[in-house]
Design a protein around this ligand. Structure first.
Ligand code: FMN
Length: 171
């Protein structure tokens, strides 16, 4: 798939077929995350890949709108060290957003759907993922082949109009 097609095809996919994701495809998606830019190249990410069904079911309990994690063939947990202050927290969130977009687009390029899940219950996340003290789960990205229809460029995305969003030279 071309980059432009991957950008237009990506959408939140929350229902998946049983088809597992090949290890090499998972590694390519993770590599896309690892290559993301970050503030002063501090690379705040740790990526925990979960494919064990029991663990996925437990991981899905971290947030009430994360049910799709339980049914996914694989979910990537984005884990970071607790930032030292509010400024670093802002950088961290921005950088993880970029890593997330890279991974979701790489997945879309392979025809693999992806769906975010927030993490509310950090204690549950730590129980399941076993990350050390002083770390937290930033977000989850569930992955899987779409159960509804294959990824295809969306002709009418649910977005604000271009001219409402874009300003040239000045607001
Ligand atoms: C920061 C962020 C957090 C999100 N958290 C969740 C979530 O917890 N559960 C969920 O089902 N979708 C979540 N989403 C997905 C959004 O609802 C979705 O991206 C948005 O509705 C646009 O739809 P699209 O991704 O299909 O284009 C999240 C998206 C972002 C960017």
């Amino acid at each position: 798939m071309e980059t432009w097609d991957a950008i237009r095809s990506r959408r939140n996919v929350r229902q998946y077929t049983n088809r597992p994701i090949a290890r090499e495809d998972l590694e390519l998606i993770l590599e896309a995350g690892r290559r993301a830019p970050s503030s002063m190249n501090w690379q705040p990410w740790n990526l925990v890949v979960v494919t064990d069904r029991e663990r996925l079911v437990e991981l899905a309990k971290v947030w009430q709108r994360g049910g799709h994690v339980a049914d996914s063939p694989a979910t990537i947990a984005l884990v970071a060290a607790e930032p030292e202050d509010a400024m670093h927290r802002d950088w961290l969130q921005y950088d993880f957003g970029q890593a997330t977009a890279n991974m979701m687009l790489a997945a879309a390029d392979l025809g693999i759907g992806s769906g975010h899940s927030a993490v509310l219950d950090q204690e549950q996340a730590q129980r399941v993922l076993e990350f050390p003290e002083g770390y937290f789960a930033v977000y989850l990205i569930a992955l899987g082949y779409p159960a509804d229809r294959p990824l295809r460029p969306l002709l009418r995305p649910d977005r604000h109009p271009f001219d409402e969003v874009v300003h040239w030279d000045r607001w």
